[in-house]
Design a protein around this ligand. Structure first.
Ligand SMILES: Nc1ncnc2c1ncn2[C@@H]1O[C@H](COP(=O)(O)OP(=O)(O)OP(=O)(O)O)[C@@H](O)[C@H]1O
Ligand SMILES: [Mg+2]
Length: 386
């Protein structure tokens, strides 16, 4: 009996036979779209994935055909021109995102690479390409881009509105404040006690409104162009801020414990200074009765961010208010209890976001507050990378 011929081991084959086996195995199993085309852009070999992608039964239905037999003209022409360019120049086409337009089914998006296909002598006999369906990712990306643009537009409009409103309101409010003060001075004798009290309310109200409008105007002016950014050493900025707050620090017997090597960040100096000024001011202002303020400033590095923590031992903030206090004009106390307009933290947050960072908070009532300033890490801090 003649034994059945056993399959040859790859070691007994020529390189050419192995190559052909490899290509067959790859094309039959490959779920990506892989294709070989001749110099006229006709399909010569295709992968299983491409057969499915084109919605045909077998590879044979594609062989000898071109993109013009399947796609809408415009897309087929663009693909054809790309392929002819690869053949003419011998240069691969780098990954390109293409919209495939079919005559009777929904469009889809693919990322395609095309390379010259050469024979043994190096002659270009066609092209081979690999393309992957990225419709889902691409549509998500487009949707995200659309939403980002809408958001940016609406932010810009809001900024402009805040700027115009606060700018234009300044003048009338200045006038009201000025004239009421005049009445207060000139007609003091004519007015009775009640009249004087009313005038006092108007004076107070108008100067408060002036402060709010100024705050709004400053807020809407926080802009950070990349070209304005320079390396800012937070240690130096903080030292200046502490110097400016000396009187308040002395008056309240506040203790400061500041870590030595605060980060160098890319920023606008006046804005970074304002951030520390607002936080230290709050830390002292919202102190507990009979407990001198203790303020600690420390830093930790996390991945590509540096996080500066400003902690105090003050009255603290209940968790349910911890988002609210970063909003404009949001305060948790009356002005009689603690002076202020509710602008400091809104401004701080806006500055941090404009610097590519953010601000967050951990606190409990009566247990002090820890504000975390998250800055993108700069190269200047790389020695301290942990
Ligand atoms: N360190 C803190 N401890 C406790 N509460 C705080 C602290 N910092 C802020 N708050 C609360 O958050 C509110 C908002 O703070 P923000 O700095 O925006 O306003 P403000 O200090 O009241 O006024 P302004 O900063 O405009 O002078 C404060 O009114 C206060 O209720
Ligand atoms: Mg404040």
């Amino acid at each position: 009996m003649i034994p059945e011929a056993s399959p040859k081991s790859p070691f007994q084959m020529s390189t050419k036979q192995i190559d052909s086996l490899v290509v067959d195995a790859m094309l039959n199993q490959q779920t990506d779209n892989v294709f070989f085309k001749d110099r006229e852009s006709r399909f010569v070999r295709v992968s299983r994935g491409l057969v499915q992608h084109f919605g045909v039964q077998s590879a044979e239905e594609l062989l000898g055909k071109t993109d013009f037999d399947f796609f809408a003209d415009e897309h087929a022409r663009e693909a054809y021109e790309d392929e002819q360019h690869v053949i003419a120049t011998g240069q691969p086409m780098p990954p390109k995102i293409e919209r495939e337009v079919w005559p009777n089914r929904a469009d889809n998006w693919v990322s395609t690479t095309k390379l010259p296909w050469r024979d043994e002598s190096g002659e270009i006999v066609g092209i081979f390409g690999i393309s992957r369906d990225i419709t889902r990712e691409h549509l998500l990306k487009l949707e995200l881009e659309r939403k980002t643009e809408l958001l940016e537009n609406s932010n810009r409009e809001l900024e402009q509105f805040a700027f115009i409103a606060s700018h234009d309101l300044q003048e009338p409010i200045r006038m009201i404040a000025g004239f009421v003060q005049l009445i207060e001075r000139r007609y003091n004798d004519v007015l009775d006690e009640r009249g004087r009290e009313y005038i006092r309310f108007v004076v107070e109200g108008s100067s408060r409104m002036q402060a709010l409008i100024n705050g709004l105007l400053q807020y809407s002016r926080v802009k950070t162009k990349t070209s304005d950014l320079e390396p800012i050493d937070c240690s130096l900025v903080l030292a200046d801020v502490v110097r400016n707050l000396q009187v308040l620090i002395k008056e309240t017997d506040a203790q400061m414990d500041i870590e030595n090597d605060l980060p160098v960040v890319l920023g606008v100096r006046s804005q970074i200074s304002q951030v520390f000024q607002n936080l230290l001011n709050n830390a002292i202002k919202f102190r507990r009765k009979d407990v001198p303020p203790l303020i600690t400033v420390s830093v930790k590095h996390e991945g590509d961010h540096s996080i500066v923590c400003v902690a105090d031992n003050g009255i603290g903030i209940a968790p349910k208010y911890q988002n609210r206090i970063f909003g404009m004009f949001q305060r948790l106390h009356t002005r009689e209890q603690y002076a202020g307009n509710g602008i400091g933290l809104a401004m701080t947050k806006r500055i941090m976001i404009h610097h590519g960072g953010n601000i967050s908070l951990e606190s409990e009532v009566d247990e002090g507050a820890r504000f975390y300033l998250k800055f993108p890490r700069t190269e200047a801090n790389d020695e301290s990378y942990t």
